[in-house]
Design a protein around this ligand. Structure first.
Ligand code: NAP
Length: 226
């Protein structure tokens, strides 16, 4: 049995990951366990998960995230506040959990990190979502650095980069972007479903060979091929 801490477990991709990983010892968190916008939350979440999992975590999955608009016509102060909120939840909180995980894995002979990033990391996003794209690009850079820095200690790091995934978040986005027109840009002809992302997360968390460390897996119906 593998001990797993998964953030953002209450809905969407996270809920599908809970299902895909249900045969393991999993602690799934959501905003009910602490708001990741609060700088005190990541350490508290880590410590409480560690306790619930009997003092050992083998896999960290950073999935919690927000996709909130910061239109350029906001006042500058409002725009900066939105930037900082997205960075804090999507990138800094994930980085803190990665840091705590690396320290823990160093003591325990290794472990795995799976970060849920986004196609936006590579392709960019809408004019109201620079912060989102930057937060996900940050996650990709962080994942690669951890993979390169700690592979010798059997600490493996991966990321997945979904395009559109049919969760609450994507439904709103699709509607705001004209639905079918956007689908026409996806060669597969449809958006991904959460189970497809969860199946990649499960593979990376439990099965991917060590030599794959540092891999960033695209899940986007060939809508952005790099
Ligand atoms: N859906 C897409 O099209 C898509 C595409 C690419 C990447 N992604 C990424 O995939 C991940 C999951 O996305 P999703 O679409 O499944 O999202 P979702 O349905 O909106 O669910 C978000 C999850 O994150 C948690 N969360 C959000 N803000 C939080 C906060 N401030 N503190 C603690 N927990 C918080 C939520 O908890 P509560 O239920 O308690 O709010 C929920 O469990 C995100 O990182 C997202 O950026 C999604």
């Amino acid at each position: 049995m593998t001990n797993i801490l998964l953030t953002g477990a209450s809905r969407g991709i996270g809920a599908a990951c809970v299902d895909a990983l249900k045969s393991q010892n999993l602690v799934g968190t959501s905003s009910a366990d602490g708001d990741l916008a609060d700088p005190a939350t990541p350490k508290k979440l880590w410590e409480s998960a560690l306790e619930r999992l009997g003092g050992r975590i083998d896999v960290l999955v950073n999935n919690a995230g927000v996709f909130e608009a910061a239109p350029v016509d906001l006042s500058h102060d409002e725009w900066v506040a939105q930037w900082e909120r997205t960075m804090r939840i999507n990138l800094t909180a994930s980085a803190e959990l990665c840091h705590l995980a690396v320290l823990h894995f160093q003591k325990n002979g290794g472990g795995r990190i799976v970060n849920v990033a986004s196609r936006a990391a590579y392709r960019g996003d809408s004019p109201a979502h620079w912060h989102y794209a930057a937060s996900k690009a940050g996650m990709v850079g962080m994942t690669k650095s951890i993979a390169r820095g700690f592979a010798r200690e059997n600490i493996l790091a991966f990321a997945v980069c979904p395009g559109f995934v049919m969760t609450g978040m994507a439904e709103d986005y699709l509607a705001s972007r004209g639905g079918d027109k956007l689908l026409a840009d996806i060669p597969l002809g449809r958006v991904a479903n959460p189970e497809e992302v969860a199946s990649a997360v499960r593979y990376l968390a439990l099965e991917a060979p060590a030599s794959m460390t540092g891999a960033i897996i695209d899940i986007n119906g060939a809508s952005y091929v790099r």
